[in-house]
Design a protein around this ligand. Structure first.
Ligand code: NAI
Ligand SMILES: C[N+](C)(C)CC(=O)CC(=O)[O-]
Length: 471
């Protein structure tokens, strides 16, 4: 198992620890704060609940999380270091000197929001091994990580970093030329400055600004970003028309950008009081839980569309998908997954419609096993479900890890008769008897299965003959 060392376990380091751990890495933490373990546990609890919800398959088995008294101990056996100490250059320099005194061979990815690699590597023993890997909060759900090394650095080190980061489900965005605050934080900084002005000048409150973002451009940016969105803003003539129309506005007073309002006590009080009035009815933990649920639902919706962050999850999921089971005289483990929050309803449990999805996915696994896969379907044959009977035996909830075990009752000829049991641990929460009929996709009528599919389906039913039959 691979091992990451996390130096600094606050908001961001905790998120990194969770991301690595839930991707099957061992994680060794060094953070002198006596409260670090408690804080990381809180982040980890949220991550454990939500990250698996993005996937239709189970994540790898968790690695082991350990806390260490010294940096030297935390580095033992590590192949990757993530540095997430406060945004202070002197502190980061001291940490790098200590790490490189012990492990000059290891790459250190810094979470720095704004320092360039040139600044980070001043005085370093091995500058090429210190690179920026800037993530976004919450690190365990948001995939972007900006990657940049010092100009003239080692391309192999950057390539290895990209491999590590994409392996934990992230999107490493390589920045070809270093610049303060990288790419995304330059936008965030511009928006933040503008927002401070709007409050300072009494134009809008914190809540009104948040509404301006979340009811329009925020949600638009999440799926198409800036340029594709504005291309559409140009109508049928696209970007050229957009620039022709809105180019001149750049000379208008539409933004203050570099003109920064002074953060006086009065302005800080105004912002903090408005923020309390807007969100103070929720604890930080409740607000973070709400954010995470929303992010899961948004990313899952984008996944359904094969877009943006949803597409990334799809691609990562394809690499995580388990091997289909083989024909054997045991129940088949056809599904292993977590119940996502968008599968639950007003009764606070998994909605009945989602059981249909689960049984359908389980049947897809059996179809692939017998050879009725994408190529077979492309060739004009498939199975249609003609009947399902579900029994709901125990409530299932968002975050529950479940599996489906399937018995093949009948497989010879046109009929594929399955019996699925959805289990949470050893508890059977629901069962489904499902009858599928082999069809020609040309005539849309029942027909005998072709070639290996006929033999495999029959062999599977035969192998399951000895298994207990459902009532
Ligand atoms: N908070 C945010 O939204 C984001 C922050 N970042 C960057 O991540 C880094 C960390 O920021 P946060 O997690 O927000 O800060 P934080 O204040 O939440 O956590 C910093 C942690 O570092 C620990 N620490 C302090 N000195 C240390 C040392 N000598 N050795 C090991 N640990 C030490 C602290 O005890 C604390 O737990 C910064 O460089 C920041 O710019 C990046 C993306 C977003
Ligand atoms: C405010 N910030 C500069 C620390 C923000 C980031 O670096 C990224 C984020 O998650 O917003």
């Amino acid at each position: 198992m691979r091992t990451a060392c996390i130096v600094g376990g606050g908001v961001i380091g905790g998120g990194w620890a969770a991301r690595f751990l839930l991707s099957g890495w061992n994680v060794r933490v060094f953070d002198p704060d006596p409260e670090a373990e408690r804080k990381i546990t809180a982040v980890l609890d949220r991550a454990r609940r939500t990250l698996p919800m993005l996937y239709e398959v189970a994540l790898p088995a968790e690695g082991t999380l350990t806390y260490h008294e010294t940096l030297q101990e935390a580095l033992e056996g590590a192949e990757w270091v993530t540095e997430s100490v406060p945004e202070r250059l002197d502190l980061k320099h001291r940490i790098y000197a200590e790490i490189q005194g012990i492990r000059p061979d290891i790459t250190i990815g810094s979470s720095t929001s704004g320092f360039t690699p040139t600044e980070l590597t001043q005085g370093a023993a091995v500058p090429a091994r210190i690179i920026v890997t800037h993530p976004f909060n919450p690190v365990y759900l948001l995939p972007l990580v900006e990657v940049v090394g010092k100009e003239g650095g080692d391309a192999k080190i950057i390539e290895e970093a990209r491999e590590v980061l994409s392996g934990i489900g992230m999107y490493p965005l390589y920045i070809r030329k270093e610049i303060a605050a990288h790419i995304a934080d330059r936008f965030l900084e511009a928006v933040w400055r503008e927002a401070l002005w709007l409050i300072n000048d009494g134009i809008a409150t914190t809540e009104e600004i948040d509404n301006a973002i979340r009811y329009a451009f925020g949600i638009r940016w999440a799926q198409m970003g800036l340029f594709e969105t504005y291309r559409l803003g140009g109508g049928e003539d696209g970007m050229r028309h957009f620039i022709a129309q809105f180019g001149p506005t750049m000379s208008f007073e539409w933004t203050k950008l570099m003109d920064v309002p002074e953060l006086t006590e009065e302005l800080i009080d105004t912002i903090a009081d408005q923020s309390d009035a807007q969100s103070g009815h929720m604890t930080i933990d409740e607000l973070a839980g709400k954010r995470d649920g929303n992010l899961v639902a948004l990313i899952r919706a984008l996944k359904q569309q094969g877009s943006a962050a949803g597409l990334l999850v799809q691609e990562h999921e394809a690499k995580l998908a388990p091997q289909d089971p083989v024909i054997a005289p045991e129940k088949l483990r056809t599904i292993e997954r977590v119940i996502p929050c968008d599968w639950t309803d007003y009764n606070g449990h998994m909605n009945e419609s989602r059981y249909g999805q689960l049984w359908s996915d389980a049947a897809d696994t059996v179809m692939r096993m017998v050879g009725a896969d994408a190529a077979y379907i492309e060739g004009g044959n498939s199975y249609f479900t003609v009947e399902t009977t579900t029994r709901f035996l125990a409530e299932a909830h968002a975050g529950d890890r479940v599996e489906v075990r399937t018995t093949v009752i009948e497989g010879a000829g046109k009929k594929l008769h399955l019996f699925h049991e959805m289990l949470r641990g050893e508890e059977v929460c629901a069962t489904c008897a499902q009858l599928l009929i082999h069809v020609s996709l040309e005539t849309r009528r029942a027909c005998e299965p072709q070639g290996d599919v006929a033999t495999h389906a029959a062999a599977l039913a035969k192998a399951h003959e000895g298994l207990p039959k459902p009532e």
